[in-house]
Design a protein around this ligand. Structure first.
Ligand SMILES: C[S@@+](CC[C@H](N)C(=O)[O-])C[C@H]1O[C@@H](n2cnc3c(N)ncnc32)[C@H](O)[C@@H]1O
Length: 234
């Protein structure tokens, strides 16, 4: 039998799945995560879905190779082909934050209190955090993981209420004690500083307006960095 090794990003999410959970992995592609969870006896059931036939065929192939054919493979857009009672844990990883938010917006039952969401945005994590805070979810856990030279945020969310500051939207809702938190914040500070410099150089009132908005985010991130240092450096 082949040995299936998860990437650090997927391993972190796998560790967050409650033992005996009924999972649905949306946008599964190779289905490494659901197959690993079934193969290792960690879940009671697993649905692996994808929008496109090509990735879903790759998913079925992983299931065949690792003898995890009880994974339920489904072709559907977001959560449209999954009923609320079929899963208690919804995993959506490896997509842009705005795409994850759109999938959740199309399935408001994910904020019913009976579902745990494990989310891993590749980009625009701030859009996802904002969506969650405005649509009846709260981020209950967040962690950073290095994978192939990229620092990824992973989030656990469920029904709840929370207001996030500008700094938390960009620098993380629950990353104050994460050992990688400062690196994450600094990378964003550098990105925004160079965007502001570019806009200043381009000139013009529209660019000035954009630069002012980015400066506001920069200020919030600089104070987040201070908060992180205060919490972690003696
Ligand atoms: C980069 S792969 C991520 C695979 C895996 N989840 C991971 O994190 O490694 C993204 C997958 O999401 C699928 N996808 C994108 N939008 C989707 C949607 N609205 N509904 C279902 N699947 C979607 C794509 O077809 C692709 O297979």
């Amino acid at each position: 039998m082949w040995h299936l090794e998860l990437s650090p990003r997927l391993r972190l999410l796998a560790n967050w799945v409650r033992s005996g959970a009924r999972i649905a992995d949306v946008g599964t592609d190779h289905a490494y995560l659901p197959v690993w969870l079934v193969y290792n006896g960690r879940v009671a059931s697993a649905i692996a879905s994808d929008l496109r036939e090509g990735p879903l065929e790759r998913a079925r192939e992983t299931g065949r190779v690792y003898g995890a054919e009880e994974v339920d493979f489904r072709l559907c857009n977001g959560l449209s082909g999954i009923r609320p009672e079929e899963a208690d844990t919804i995993i959506i990883a490896g997509m842009g934050g705005e795409n994850i938010a759109a999938i959740l917006a199309g399935a408001s039952w994910t904020a019913d209190g009976a579902h745990t969401l494990l989310l891993q945005p590749q980009t625009k994590a701030e859009d996802l955090r904002l969506f969650l805070s405005e649509h009846g979810y709260q981020i209950t856990r967040e962690a950073l993981v290095w994978d192939r030279g990229i620092l990824y945020p992973c989030m656990e969310a469920m029904a709840g209420r929370e207001t996030l500051s500008l700094g938390q939207l960009y620098g993380g809702a629950k990353l104050l004690h994460d050992p990688l938190g400062e690196q994450y914040i600094i990378a964003k500070i550098i990105r925004f500083q160079s965007a502001v410099a570019g806009l200043n150089q381009a000139g013009g009132p529209k660019n000035q307006e954009k630069a002012d908005a980015l400066r506001e985010i920069l200020t919030a991130l600089l104070s987040m960095r201070e908060e992180w240092r205060h919490a972690n450096c003696s």
